[in-house]
Structure formats: structure tokens, C-alpha cells
Design a protein around this ligand. Structure first.
Ligand SMILES: [Zn+2]
Length: 75
């Protein structure tokens, strides 16, 4: 019987740890969201981190292809 109580206690501890861990996740997400600078592509409007895209003439593009297309056809 004490073995069952021990098992129940372990399950409760794991459950509480998991619960507090999950509660921390959204905080980390908003924190990284503030650090990560999301910018829209001038051509297709897709938002992506600044370091993942291409910047040219003060404009931001999601890919080299969109930079080329947009350069060929200015607004
Ligand atoms: Zn694009």
C-alpha cells in the first residue's frame, strides 16, 4: 500500500513539474518574439525574421527571387 502512495506522490510531482513547465512556455515565446525582429516581405507580405531575409535599398525581401522580381517591377 505504501508503494502505491509512493507511486501516486511521484505522479503528482511529475504532473506539477509538467504544469509549471508548460506555464513558463508562453512567457519564453513572447520574450523571444520581442527579441526576434519580424519583418514583412515587400513583394509577398510574408513575415519572417530579419536575419532570414534579404535587405536591399532599404526594403526587405523573404528571398533573393522576390528581391529580383520586385526590382524588375517597382511599385
Ligand atoms: Zn516574398
Amino acid at each position: 500500500m505504501s508503494r502505491l502512495l509512493f507511486l501516486a506522490a511521484i505522479i503528482a510531482i511529475v504532473y506539477l513539474l509538467f504544469k509549471s513547465y508548460r506555464r513558463q512556455l508562453p512567457k519564453e515565446d513572447t520574450l523571444s518574439g520581442q527579441v526576434e525582429d519580424m519583418v514583412p516581405c515587400v513583394h509577398c507580405g510574408v513575415h519572417l525574421p530579419r536575419r532570414d531575409g534579404i535587405q536591399a535599398n532599404g526594403k526587405f525581401y523573404c528571398s533573393e527571387e522576390h528581391r529580383r522580381i520586385h526590382a524588375d517591377k517597382p511599385e
